[in-house]
Write a protein that binds this ligand. Sequence first.
Ligand SMILES: Nc1nc2c(ncn2[C@@H]2O[C@H](COP(=O)(O)OP(=O)(O)OP(=O)(O)O)[C@@H](O)[C@H]2O)c(=O)[nH]1
Ligand SMILES: [Mg+2]
Length: 207
Amino acid sequence: MPVIKIVLIGDGGVGKTAIRERYLGKGFRSQYLLTIGADFAMRDDTTNGIPVRYQIWDLAGQQRFDAVREVYYKGALGGLLVYDVTRTDSFFNTPKWINELWTHNSKGRVPIVLVANKIDIKGSTDDTVSSEQGRIFTNKLSNLTKSEGFACNYIETSAKTGVNIQAAFSLLGENIMNFADYLKKVRLPTNSRRSTPQRSVTKRHWS
Ligand SMILES: Nc1nc2c(ncn2[C@@H]2O[C@H](COP(=O)(O)OP(=O)(O)OP(=O)(O)O)[C@@H](O)[C@H]2O)c(=O)[nH]1
Ligand SMILES: [Mg+2]
């Protein structure tokens, strides 16, 4: 069974742990217990019709963990990048998280799903991130990554009600597997000599 390491990233308090627990079938807790360093979990799932084991690293988002976080990225093939739709600061910090993942995973640019969480309380504060803002940013990100063979997606979730939690993981898993297939294709001998640099890209990303 393929083992796929993914990370849950985003500012402190946006709901990464709540999303992980919901995905693991553990329900929802309303009190905030901040993650220290990182939490680890595994779940077997089916993606693109294939059984897959997800290794999920749920990283601490608070700034005080900035220095220790880096080690947990190694080998990650993709990330759920979570922000809180009632906190614009968490949305405007998303580029920082993309840089962290792509810099420290040892594989370069890998798929990301942008997760707009807490939609159950959207509009309850003046500080709302609109769907349009999330989509526009994700489209820009996708334009950047398309030349690498994958797109990035946007999804709205609530760990409280459970809406779209499974879908967020499935979307990321599909993107990672499609990306892996793409990298296999660019290695075909029909690319002849020009395939040589691509091979090294493949190795960098997947070995
Ligand atoms: N209403 C609502 N509250 C949520 C949702 N997701 C998480 N929360 C609440 O938001 C708070 C923070 O959630 P966590 O999952 O602990 O946040 P985190 O991103 O893991 O935070 P760090 O571990 O510090 O990085 C908790 O009080 C959760 O109950 C959601 O979808 N809707
Ligand atoms: Mg947490």
